[in-house]
Design a protein around this ligand. Structure first.
Ligand SMILES: O=C(O)CCC(=O)C(=O)O
Length: 339
């Protein structure tokens, strides 16, 4: 997840971060999800998100271009209560925050040093060698310059990496909730229902593209600062977690008396947490292009707030964050029985 308006340098690219890596494991069956063409052509080039079943019961758009929808009664009250009970019985941990875009930032910082200061330092080194020690041999001076330049670039890369690590540690302050990703041999009925209904909402998606259902609890005072769920550097940094995040589903698991709205700052949109309702939006378009209009935050909760979150990626998830095998099997069985 990322900080709004902070930039590192020439390209003035906002430092972005997306996501939270909650570790589960899965045994993948290879799939090739068929992403259909965008649902609708909008006024903006990024409006073509993965297809959404507009006629899904209870679905209404809070915003168009970019599309943000709420699904009334996505889960029943009993299903929400069941998920909250599961969350309460589990060991929740401080929600992690990953530094999305770190690889671009490291490359940019290193390149900035390599394309200027490193060359000056190399030049200074040979001038010093020539003037102080009287060295005139051109090969000797050229080797000195090359060595000093190379050392400088290596040191700059190491310093940029150290900067990225420090920054990542600092990002954890942006999210103070606690969370757990569900996995295990016996998926709960409400968990299976969440995935099964999400597959109805996103007809072109496959379970293999979905991260495990993550239960998140905010206590009074907890918040999630403005961030993006997509990652501009997803191809490099999120290769094992399915690449770009194409869709986010948030299901509100309890009524929140005060605070805790999901706010899309650039859209002037606030979503009140209401038990059973879901919020669906598209952090990137169907091709994976980052959509910075979808910056959002979890406003400070003033009482306990529970949500369930599923991220849907562009590709099958190869790493441990995907829906686990037993859950996938249960979801597919439930769908086979239903259709
Ligand atoms: O809690 C909320 O309302 C937002 C949660 C969110 O954006 C996330 O988990 O990425």
């Amino acid at each position: 997840m990322g900080l709004v308006g902070q930039s590192l340098a020439p390209r003035r690219r906002a430092l972005v971060a997306a996501a939270v890596a909650l570790i589960t494991s899965t045994a993948l069956q290879p799939v090739a999800p068929q992403l259909r063409p965008p649902t609708r052509r909008g006024a903006h080039p990024l409006d073509g998100h993965v297809p959404l079943e507009d006629a899904y019961p209870g679905l209404r758009f809070l915003h168009r271009s970019p599309d943000v929808a709420v699904i009334d009664g996505f889960l029943s009250g009993a299903e929400c209560d069941a998920l909250v009970a599961i969350g309460r019985a589990k060991q929740l941990e401080r929600s992690p925050v990953a530094y999305a875009g770190w690889s671009d930032d490291v490359a940019e910082l290193t390149q900035t040093w390599a394309s200027g200061p490193a060359a000056w330092v190399a030049l200074a080194a040979i001038l010093a060698k020539a003037n102080l020690y009287g060295v005139t041999d051109r090969v000797d001076l050229a080797l000195t310059a090359a060595g000093v330049y190379a050392l400088n670039v290596v040191l700059a890369a190491a310093a940029a990496l150290a900067f990225a690590k420090r920054r990542e540690a600092g990002l954890s302050a942006l999210r103070t909730s606690k969370s757990v990703a569900l996995r295990g041999d016996k998926p709960a009925a409400a968990e299976v229902a969440t995935f099964s209904r999400l597959l109805d909402v996103l007809p072109s998606a496959a379970p293999e593209q979905m991260e495990a259902l993550t239960l998140i609890r905010y206590d009074d005072g907890d918040r999630l600062a403005p961030h993006y769920d997509a990652n501009r550097a997803a191809a490099a940094e999120d290769a094992t977690r399915g690449g770009q995040t194409l869709c986010t589903l948030l299901v509100y698991l309890n009524d929140v008396a005060a605070g805790g709205r999901t706010t899309f700052g650039k859209l002037g949109l606030h979503v009140e947490p209401k038990r059973g309702d879901a919020c669906v939006f598209f952090p990137a378009d169907a091709t994976g292009a980052f959509d910075d209009r979808l910056e959002h935050e979890g406003e400070t909760a003033r009482c306990e707030k529970w949500i369930g979150r599923v991220w849907v990626h562009a590709d099958p998830i190869l790493g441990p964050t995907g829906v686990d095998g037993p859950t996938r099997a249960a979801v597919l069985a439930a769908r086979a029985a239903k259709h």
